[in-house]
Design a protein around this ligand. Structure first.
Ligand code: CP
Length: 323
């Protein structure tokens, strides 16, 4: 494996510094990989012989499981480590943990961590490829990539679309990665949420700010509804969850009043009845489970490309080749 010659560089830490062409390369590489998950035997030898460690220091269902499926479907050998089951609870540092894993001759690390910058910190200290599976409030690049793929699947394009990210922008790594990715691919991007949950100066990223959810719905082709990250909030951000739903919730009544088609995304996990009502989450405009399905293909594409796989050979690779 060539760790430096990939079209993405050594690591995927965020979308901020990727070019539009690199983003499109990942999305285009994910397309042929979608079909592998539809097969009876969901396995190709693309990453045979590679060892990947999934290092999850924060809870996760979708990201952790879909990375593991992506790795297994590409025939990599995988190991899952959580903070609670590791020597981190005895006080071992992140870099010592990673160096000890390196000593066992690994090829890639997928990391989720509560500290913004943890993925970059690790990428600069170990020779293995590092993939950021969400670091603090910084970025969640593969989530944004699967969001981009899902939007493109539905509209056939991203350029020119109006996408509004709704809710808890302040605590959201998903919002940051979405903003970077959508703007690079030519979408118009807006955010909408309570002033206490909008980062100061967010407009400087090139986004419009809507003060009312009704205005956002009237404007947007796509709503990406974010989870209220209650675990990262101290008191004072919100009067109550009930009031949040009344003022900011994406409800079927609000969508009906807008009298337009609008695509609904949510990265999960959802607070049903808070940021999104169940009839919207499970309704005809929701692509929330399509996002989850696309997550496996996107993560396959990222792993394949970081392993040195050539984008134009992804179709051949899934028929039996190796990266
Ligand atoms: N979207 C997302 O990151 O979900 P998980 O926390 O379950 O991985």
């Amino acid at each position: 494996m060539n760790r430096t010659a990939s079209s993405l560089g050594k690591d995927l830490v965020g979308l901020e510094h990727l070019s539009a062409q690199q983003l499109l390369t990942i999305l285009d590489t994910a397309e042929p990989f979608k079909e592998i998950s539809e097969r009876r035997i969901k396995k190709v030898p693309v990453l045979r012989g590679k060892t990947i460690v999934n290092l999850f220091f924060e809870p996760s269902t979708r990201t952790r499981v879909s990375f593991e499926f992506a790795e297994k479907r590409l025939s990599a050998d995988t190991v899952n480590i959580s903070a609670s089951g590791s020597s981190v609870v005895k006080g071992e540092t992140l870099v010592d943990t990673a160096r000890n894993l390196e000593a066992m001759k690994i090829d890639m690390v997928v990391i989720r961590h509560g500290a913004s910058g943890a993925a970059r910190f690790l990428a600069e200290r170990i020779p293995s490829n590092v993939v950021n599976a969400g670091d603090g409030r910084h970025e969640h690049p593969t989530q944004a990539l699967l969001d981009l793929l899902t939007i493109r699947d539905n509209f056939g394009r991203i350029e020119g679309l109006k996408v509004c990210i709704v809710g808890d922008i302040l605590h959201s790594r998903v919002a940051r990665s979405n903003i970077y990715g959508l703007l690079k691919l030519g979408a118009e991007v807006a955010v909408c949420g309570p002033p206490t949950l909008l980062p100061r100066g967010i407009e400087q990223l090139g986004v419009t700010v809507f003060k009312r959810i009704e205005e956002a719905i009237a404007w947007a082709d796509v709503l990406n509804v974010l989870r209220l990250q209650l675990e990262r909030m101290q008191a004072g951000f919100l009067p109550s969850l009930r009031e949040y739903n009344q003022v900011w919730g994406v409800t079927s009544r609000r969508l009906e009043e807008a009298e337009k088609e609008i695509l609904i995304l949510h990265p999960g996990p959802m607070n049903r009845g808070v940021e999104i009502d169940s009839d919207v989450a499970d309704g005809p405009h929701s692509v929330i489970l399509d996002q989850v399905t696309n997550g496996v293909a996107v993560r396959m594409a990222v792993l394949y490309l970081l392993a040195g796989g050539e984008p134009e050979r992804a179709e051949d690779a899934k028929q039996g080749g190796e990266a």
